[in-house]
Design a protein around this ligand. Structure first.
Ligand code: PEP
Ligand code: MG
Length: 539
């Protein structure tokens, strides 16, 4: 039996077999070969296998997301039949006697760079696809099994760390819990776990070589403990607790369809936080009244190039349409700090949390910002969309944003493209924004308080640093006073104010937030019904 502690990111419990997700590094070297024909035959066979794998993915996607969205897998299959691509690989092997893995990897990189440099948005987006198909062929050539997570048994996912592109392949209905060696409470895995109502532990000091798929485990998100190979008795006791948790959730389902209003008649807009288009299903399932934070940066992560305007437009339109008139607040790109995208080539920084991130990137790389704003303003025609800007510290930044918005509007108007300028707000997540909230409130339509960053910047505690846990006080009076200050500034200027950081879902503070005058709370979908009940039970 192995018993370990980690940091819990969602308080629930799970029992079941584990699935050990191991990332294997493939060593790619330019070792020369002698039998050219045999090497070419190896590539041909690997390509056939890759096509078969992609064919399976296509059929799964047709069932799950429809033919239109699944079409990308057909494109992948076609790419694997492209003569230029294949000739380039075969020529490298013939002329330079390079090995198959090296030839496929190099050709993939070269073709991907060609696509990335193209003017057309659609073609540029294909850079990631060429990389993807080449990686698949490389994995097959290197004898690595494609972990078919689409047909997995219900399992506890155990990993070193998980990237969004890895979790995206998993059948969410089969994930019982996440346990990772790395990751923070605000990592994608953590956000996903909260979304799905499943326990997750991060920073668990596991030795993955001691664990194997199929081993049983208990993940206790309440005590923060994971037990591998527990005793029969422990498993049975945990199973009872799993059922109790389920009962609790079932008990809350009577909150669906009810207003979020306190006994004295104070109405709160109870919205949900999401990171992906697919998360909308959790929002609807939990009867959230809107989406208070769509972390759009997840559209930019786990890929090799920027998402195009069309791609973003389709994603935003899908979310607002699915929400059918309910408010959807989309936050503009908040990349940098813990959220990295290699293709942006951001320099390594001494203090990334205090570095080049979010609105700072958007205001200096205006093309990226404008592409997103164009997609947002076009999608605004299809529902109740609002835009929110992260990491603001000054009125000057808001003026600069307004200038870019005007430029984008002029361009859309001149082209005759359909658009709408939606409601626009800012996140209050820096002490500077709190202190400037009176002035800022005159310039925007709403405030949303990002308590995750506001707490880190106020207490000078890095939100990723697990060693500082003992110093961290989520209820620090400095943060609570700041929240009050922001609420007062917003109301003095007639705008609404919400909280979209994790503190918004802290049930110990719900009643206090009501008293403080908060207008909106945006929380993980799994917390919606619990908070609604608390508000309805409050004075
Ligand atoms: C916050 O900082 O509270 C917030 C909601 O933004 P993120 O967690 O994405 O930084
Ligand atoms: Mg933030």
């Amino acid at each position: 039996m192995i018993r370990l502690k980690g940091k819990s990111v969602y308080q629930s419990i799970a029992v079941g077999p584990i699935l050990v997700w191991k990332k294997q590094e493939i060593q790619i070297t330019d070792t020369k070969i002698t039998d050219v024909d045999a090497e070419i035959a190896r590539v041909k066979e690997a390509i056939e296998q890759a096509k078969a794998q992609i064919g399976k993915l296509y059929h799964k996607a047709v069932v799950e997301v429809g033919e239109e969205s699944a079409a990308i897998f057909e494109v992948h299959q076609m790419m694997l039949e492209d003569d230029d691509y294949l000739d380039s690989i075969f020529n490298m092997i013939r002329e330079e006697q390079t090995n198959a893995v090296y030839a496929v990897e190099t050709t993939g990189n070269q073709f991907s760079a060609i696509f990335a440099a193209m003017d057309d948005d659609y073609m540029r987006a294909r850079a990631a696809d060429v990389k993807d198909i080449s990686n698949r062929v490389v994995r097959i050539l290197a004898g690595q099994e494609d972990m078919d997570l689409s047909n997995m048994e219900p399992s506890i996912i155990v990993a070193d760390d998980l990237s969004p592109s890895e979790t995206v392949q998993m059948d969410k209905s089969k994930i019982l819990a996440f346990v990772t060696v790395h990751g923070s409470t605000n990592s994608h895995t953590a956000i996903l776990a909260r979304m799905m109502n499943i326990p997750a532990l991060v920073t668990v000091p596991m030795d993955l070589s001691e664990l194997h798929t199929g081993m049983n485990a208990i993940v206790d998100g309440i005590s923060g403990e994971v037990v591998f190979e527990p005793t029969e008795e422990e498993q049975n006791a945990a199973k009872i607790r799993v059922e109790e948790e389920k009962d609790k959730l079932r008990g809350l389902s009577c909150m669906k369809g009810l207003d979020t209003v306190s006994k004295s008649g104070k109405k709160i807009n109870l919205y949900a936080n999401i990171g992906n288009v697919d998360d909308v299903s959790y929002v609807l399932e939990n009867d959230a009244e809107g989406i208070g934070l769509f972390r759009s940066e997840f559209l930019y992560l786990g890929r090799d190039s920027l998402p195009s305007e069309e791609e973003q437009f389709e994603a935003y339109k899908k979310v607002v349409s699915a929400m059918d008139g309910k408010k959807v607040i989309i936050r503009t790109l908040d990349i940098g700090a813990d959220k990295k995208a290699d293709y942006l080539h951001l320099d390594k920084e001494e203090n990334p949390a205090l570095g080049y991130r979010a609105i700072r990137i958007c205001l200096t790389q205006k093309d990226i910002f404008k592409t997103q704003l164009r997609a947002l303003f076009r999608a605004a025609k299809y529902g109740n969309l609002a835009v929110m800007y992260p990491m603001i510290i000054s009125t000057d930044e808001v003026l600069k944003i307004k200038q870019v918005v005007t430029e984008v509007e002029t361009e859309l108007k001149e082209e005759g493209t359909e658009y709408m300028i939606p409601e626009q707000g800012i996140m209050i997540e820096t002490p500077a924004a709190v202190m400037m909230s009176n002035e800022l409130a005159e310039m925007v339509d709403f405030f949303s308080i990002g308590t995750n960053d506001l707490t880190q910047y106020t207490l000078a505690i890095d939100r990723q640093n697990e060693k500082l846990d003992t110093f961290y006080n989520a209820h620090h009076p400095a943060v609570l006073r700041m929240i009050q200050m922001v609420i007062d500034s917003a109301h003095a200027h007639g705008i609404w104010v919400g909280i979209c950081g994790e503190l918004g879902a802290d049930t110990e503070l719900t009643e206090q937030f009501l008293t403080m005058g908060i207008d909106e709370l945006s929380v993980a979908p799994s917390a919606i019904l619990k908070i609604r009940k608390l508000i309805r039970d409050s004075e």
